[in-house]
Design a binder for this molecule. Structure first.
Ligand code: AVJ
Length: 320
């Protein structure tokens, strides 16, 4: 496979991501405080997320892998050969070989914001699928992404596994789906992983594991701010919290201040009272009709659903 790296991430002279700094200052200045979940994924955060996916309590990765394994032949029949697979937020791409091995694709385009993970996983996939052209794109898939021109003439399959769409509130999710509908074009397909609404105890344990890996993942956001933005947040005075919000049908993760505190980031002063939180992630869950409605609102027509894993998770195939 051909491996080449297209970088589409903006950074200033100091190498600090402009968007990260802007999001942190905006998020700490608002009430209630909130920082977008995509900033979890520096090298440490990406490695911690990989650890999360192996936890017994964190079922989504296992359920989705189980669906891909058991229904690969069905999916291949529905998708057909010869497509360019464009994977959004490929990360370490552990599920990708299951899909690529089943459908005989013409090219593979992993899009990820973490360049290190992108390089490693692309190299591993190139070794495993020697004849497959691979065009890695280092970019934030929530922004405009220019696809490599080599894949322009090919029919596309968007692959968006992991229920990452769940991180977005409805209007952002719909914007993203519409945007990728336009980018992938007429005749394209989308295979998307969506986590189902289920027993609250199962959901909350998946995001607050007894080993504390998810807590470390959440707290790493504060450490990243200290490392990259010259912050002095007292990380030891924050507590991880994961809670089901039934109105929005989502798990929320928060970083709770255990005491009154003051800190600075990049020369800016912030204060938090004991009990105040920084809202760091939403993970929305969707029932069958919810998921289909979301896809239609985003310009995609669901044509097949595989969702018989336990705990429940859905892989939905939709057409442009
Ligand atoms: C990678 C966004 C799908 O929401 O389940 C895991 C991230 N956060 N544990 C999710 C996550 C806490 C995960 N996604």
């Amino acid at each position: 496979g051909v491996v080449r790296n297209l970088r589409q991430v903006s950074a200033d002279d100091a190498g600090i991501d402009i968007a990260f700094r802007a999001d942190v200052h905006a998020g700490l200045s608002q009430n209630p405080k909130a920082i977008p979940a995509r900033w979890f994924y520096d090298a440490t955060g990406s490695a911690l997320f990989e650890d999360i996916t192996t936890l017994p309590e964190y079922y989504p990765t296992r359920s989705e892998t189980d669906l891909l394994t058991r229904h690969a032949a069905d999916m291949a029949a529905a998708i057909g050969p010869g497509r360019a697979v464009v994977e959004l937020g490929s990360g370490s791409s552990t599920k990708t070989p299951l899909l690529l091995g089943a459908i005989a694709p013409a090219a593979y385009v992993p899009v990820d914001i973490s360049g290190d993970f992108l390089r490693d996983s692309s190299a591993a996939l190139a070794a495993r699928f020697p004849g497959l052209p691979i065009y890695p794109v280092e970019a934030d898939f929530t922004q405009r992404v220019d696809l490599p021109r080599e894949i322009c003439p090919l029919p596309k399959l968007g692959f968006f596994p992991g229920s990452t769409i769940g991180n977005m509130v409805a209007r952002t999710a719909i914007d993203l789906l519409r945007h990728w509908r336009a980018t992938l074009g007429d005749g394209s397909l989308l295979l998307i992983g969506i986590d189902r609404i289920k027993d609250i105890a199962i959901l909350e344990r998946a995001y607050d594991d007894p080993a504390g890996v998810t807590a470390a993942f959440n707290l790493n956001l504060l450490e990243r701010i200290n490392r990259e933005l010259g912050g002095d947040l007292p990380v030891e005075n924050f507590v991880h919290r994961a809670v089901w919000n039934d109105i929005y049908a989502r798990i929320e993760m928060h970083l709770v201040a255990a005491c009154d505190m003051e800190f600075t980031v990049d020369g800016h002063r912030y204060a938090m009272a004991a009990g105040e939180t920084i809202h760091s992630e939403n993970s929305h869950k969707y029932g069958p009709r919810d998921a289909n409605l979301l896809l239609r609102a985003g310009g995609w027509t669901p044509i097949a659903t595989w969702d018989d894993a336990d705990p429940a998770f859905a892989l939905i195939l939709a057409e442009a």
